[in-house]
Design a protein around this ligand. Structure first.
Ligand code: CA
Length: 233
């Protein structure tokens, strides 16, 4: 039984951008895409924020006050704990030498301003898919259950299943780690978020609803006494 802290369900994106209108636009669009977003307006604040809670991916502007984007990138790569943190550089510079410098410093990808949100989101998904495959797939299958994250639909054995938003997120999380046992606290953090206060009993209520909704051939959710729950498919 593994009990280390599981990754959160929604990827946490740190946007480091001093241009307020662009930062707001990025935050709005990324949240609409289902990401958790935090914005930092300078390099110094960004490095402190990363130390507090490590994001899943960083969108990093090149020209920043206090500590430049390239320096932020360098420091992220120097520290062991953040060495593999994915970075997408946002750059107004069009010169190839600058892009190469950005990639040499350790950025995973770069987007040249002005960019479309569609392009940015596609790059973001591509980088996430490379490093955390379970997070970025649109459609996930486990046993006879198929979950479509884009259409927000679930099927079991070919039959459509109707789930409330919380049950959907619970199932989605289980399906990223089939067979793994999660405590109620872990499920709370992953599905509701660590900054929301919800009683652990709430998890049992939603597990009950999820079970009833899935119905069909056998109960795929296993209750592990005094530990938590797992999805066995
Ligand atoms: Ca800037």
């Amino acid at each position: 039984m593994t009990m280390e802290s599981p990754p959160s369900l929604t990827p946490y994106v740190l946007v480091i951008e001093d241009e307020e209108s662009l930062a707001t636009l990025l935050q709005y669009n990324l949240e609409k895409e289902g990401y958790r977003v935090r914005v930092c307006a300078d390099g110094e604040e960004a490095l402190m924020t990363i130390e507090e809670k490590q994001p899943d991916i960083v969108m990093l502007d090149w020209m920043l006050p206090k500590v430049s984007g390239i320096e932020v990138c360098r420091r992220i790569r120097q520290r062991t704990v953040t060495r593999n943190l994915p970075i997408i550089m946002l750059t107004a510079r069009v010169e190839e030498s600058d892009r190469i410098r950005g990639l040499d410093t350790g950025a995973d990808d770069y987007v040249v301003k002005p960019f479309s949100m569609t392009e940015l989101c596609a790059r973001l998904r591509a980088v996430l898919r490379r490093i955390r495959p379970g997070l970025a797939e649109d459609r996930v299958r486990a046993g006879d259950i198929v979950i479509d994250r884009v259409a927000h639909r679930v099927k079991r054995g070919g039959e459509e299943i109707h789930l409330g938003p919380t049950e959907f997120r619970l199932l989605d999380y289980f399906m990223q780690h089939p067979g793994r046992v999660f405590s109620r606290e872990q499920l709370l953090n992953a599905v509701w978020g660590s900054d929301v206060y919800v009683e652990t009993r709430t998890v049992d209520v939603h597990i009950g609803r999820l079970r009833r909704a899935l119905g069909g051939d056998g109960d795929p959710i296993r209750t592990v006494r005094s530990a938590g729950y797992a999805l066995d498919v």
